[in-house]
Design a protein around this ligand. Structure first.
Ligand code: GH3
Length: 315
């Protein structure tokens, strides 16, 4: 059960829903002080390829969650020693939002009051015991499907659809954190702006589709080189931005010079003929008040690269 981190398309959405129906090893935690009740629930959910974890009370459940922070759904009984189901839900919600984990409250003495209490304290759903196999399966599936949809939407919000890189929104959110970390850690915040040279000519001579392929291939090169080091985002159009923490600024400068050379030497295959491009890059590692200031300095450097004839890195 691995949520794909990348551009979200209709196909992705369909695959995700299918994944839910296949129930690929989603971790489910059953919390009930009765071993028989736990065994019964395990039996009801058997055959669906869930990975079932068990806990005998609230404390045990919190321990299991520490060991398995990727639990996607918890089914929590109400009557338990020390900590009742509602108290446990409240405790779990300190660390897990409704978007991260679904909780289904269960009870043998269910009432509207109890189900309301459960949901007010953070449960997503409530079921009275005993329940049918189909009933528990439907509720579990529906809640997991909701989580999957939320995750896909969250992914789509921060992803550039064409290139699969992070978008501008994510750049400013995550980049600001990186920028602040630089201030407190003593590392440098390296900020680079990259623009494809005369990109419009690619569109005009080979078509918009060819332009899209150029953007995608440039993105792939950028991600391969810097994806593990920081944020690589499409800033807009044919402009990209990279923000990362760096101990050795000289290393960063070399990396961007290598990048420029790599892109220059890269041949993009296209049915209308091979395409070669160059890029202009502006780079700064100056200590600034904000990410916006760093970006605007990098942008000025990029402008200098353009004015000096393109296919250059300016620091
Ligand atoms: P310069 O070297 O001076 O930067 O020239 P340029 O042609 O790269 O600059 P300009 O900003 O004039 O052109 C950018 C073009 O990028 C214009 C726009 O139509 C195109 N563009 C923006 N977004 C996309 C996209 O998603 N796909 C394609 N194919 N083209 C895009």
């Amino acid at each position: 059960y691995v949520i794909k981190k990348g551009p979200v398309s209709i196909d992705d959405a369909v695959t995700a829903v299918r994944r839910i129906y296949r129930n690929q090893f989603v971790k489910i935690l059953i919390v009930d002080d009765s071993q028989t009740a736990r065994a019964q629930l395990r039996y009801l959910l058997s055959g669906y390829r869930f990975q079932i974890l068990e806990a005998a009370d609230g404390t045990d459940a919190l321990r299991v969650l520490q060991e398995h922070p990727d639990v996607k759904l918890s089914i929590i009984d109400y009557n338990m020693p020390n900590m009742n189901g509602c108290d446990l839900v409240e405790e779990i919600r300190l660390n897990y939002s409704r978007q991260n984990m679904a909780i289904i409250g269960i009870s043998g003495q269910g009432s509207s009051l109890l189900s309301t209490e459960y949901i007010k304290l953070g449960a997503n759903d409530f079921l009275n015991k005993p329940f049918l196999k189909e009933e528990i399966y439907c509720r579990v599936t529906q809640n997991l499907e909701m989580l999957d949809h939320i995750e896909m939407l969250e992914d789509a919000l921060i992803t550039d659809h064409l290139t699969g890189l992070k978008n501008r929104r994510y750049l400013f959110e995550r980049g600001a954190i990186i920028h602040n970390e630089a201030k407190s850690s003593g590392y440098s915040c390296v900020c680079a702006m990259l623009d494809i040279d005369k990109f419009k000519q690619v569109n005009d001579s080979k078509g918009h589709g060819a332009g899209d392929i150029v953007l995608k291939e440039t993105a792939t090169i950028l991600k391969k080189r810097f994806g593990e080091h920081g944020v690589v985002a499409r800033f807009g159009g044919d402009e990209f931005c990279i923000v990362m923490l760096c101990e050795d600024v000289e290393w960063a400068k070399d990396q961007f010079e290598d990048l420029r050379a790599e892109i220059e030497g890269h041949i993009i295959k296209h049915f209308a003929g091979p395409i070669s491009i160059t890029t202009s890059i502006g780079l700064t590692a100056a200590l600034t008040d904000s990410l916006e200031n760093s970006i605007s300095i990098a942008d000025e450097c990029l402008y200098k690269s353009k004015v000096m004839g393109r296919n250059k890195v300016t620091v």
